[in-house]
Design a binder for this molecule. Structure first.
Ligand SMILES: [Zn+2]
Length: 287
């Protein structure tokens, strides 16, 4: 933050009047065939579930062509989701590109994209019971890809205290248990999350990231179709509904449930499975 604002040039108003252009127009993205997914989800049967305790995280595996839901149970609660290619953890959810390709908040019909060099949909959101919320008068929406995840480093930086049950640490412990490795050996795999059920935006005046109490209620869910074999990890954020605080034991916190479903494979006969990016250039470096 600069202490001295420089004087405006004479043509400031003209420069500010340039029209906005959507960086990645949504219409140019290959669209998922939601009618196929709708038929598939009506044929699916539940094959498993995992309960994520408050202020903790759990991993889960979903095969390509299966669905998974993140379900609110017991009370309003925000979840932090990480996703990896189950066979190669270097391919993981790319929050920044998902935001650029879709929007600050995602919902049904949007896809969760993976990191380069693959850059492909890892999962497609097939249903969202909070789809009615849209953007409210504060400019807030649900399921953001703008935040990162609460972590002990930022907590120490801002608050001067160490707290070990932030989403980053919860995800570390869960992945550590899944892979049979120490937390420090898996920490580099933890990445920017999808903030499931979190209600967030930017303040109108200073454009600072804000949160407000999530409108999620028990029974609400967001549902995903797995485009590749996935390893997932979900943290039940210590902020609870993130209405006031996070990164502490102060907020009321509830469990979340992950439900796994298998559809009738015949319903997916016309599905176009995403391939890794076809870019195989040399980034302009001399051969
Ligand atoms: Zn958190």
């Amino acid at each position: 933050m600069s202490s001295k604002i420089p004087p405006e040039p004479a043509d400031a108003a003209l420069r500010r009047a340039a029209p906005p252009t959507v960086v990645y127009p949504a219409g140019t993205l290959p669209r998922p065939d939601m009618a196929v997914l709708e038929a598939a989800r009506h044929s699916m049967v539940k094959i498993g579930e995992v309960v994520v305790p408050p202020r903790d995280a759990r991993t889960f595996r979903v095969a390509r062509g299966q669905f998974f839901r993140i379900v609110s149970i017991e009370g309003p609660q925000v979840g932090d989701l990480n996703l990896w290619n189950a066979h190669d953890l270097s391919e993981r959810f790319f929050s920044g590109k998902t935001r650029a390709l879709h929007a600050t908040h995602v919902g049904a019909g949007h896809r969760l994209w993976s990191t380069m060099p693959n850059l492909r949909p890892m999962a497609t959101i097939s249903h969202d019971t909070l789809g009615w919320y849209g953007f409210d008068a504060d400019g807030a929406g649900i399921h953001d890809v703008i935040g990162t995840r609460c972590d002990p480093y930022t907590n120490l930086l801002l608050g001067g205290t160490a707290y070990d049950f932030c989403c980053h640490s919860n995800l570390c412990r869960a992945l550590s248990a899944e892979l049979g490795l120490g937390p420090s050996e898996v920490e580099h795999h933890i990445h920017d999350v999808l903030n499931v059920f979190m209600c967030t935006g930017f303040t109108a005046d200073t454009h600072q990231y804000f949160m407000k109490a999530s409108p999620v209620r028990p029974g609400d869910f967001i549902e995903f179709f797995a485009e590749i074999d996935l390893l997932g990890a979900l943290s039940a954020c210590p902020g609870g509904d993130c209405g006031a605080t996070h990164s502490s034991d102060a907020a009321a916190c509830h469990p979340l449930k992950i439900e796994l479903f298998a559809p009738d494979r015949r319903t997916l006969g016309n599905w176009t499975w995403p391939s890794p990016s076809e870019y195989h250039g040399g980034h302009g470096a001399p051969a």
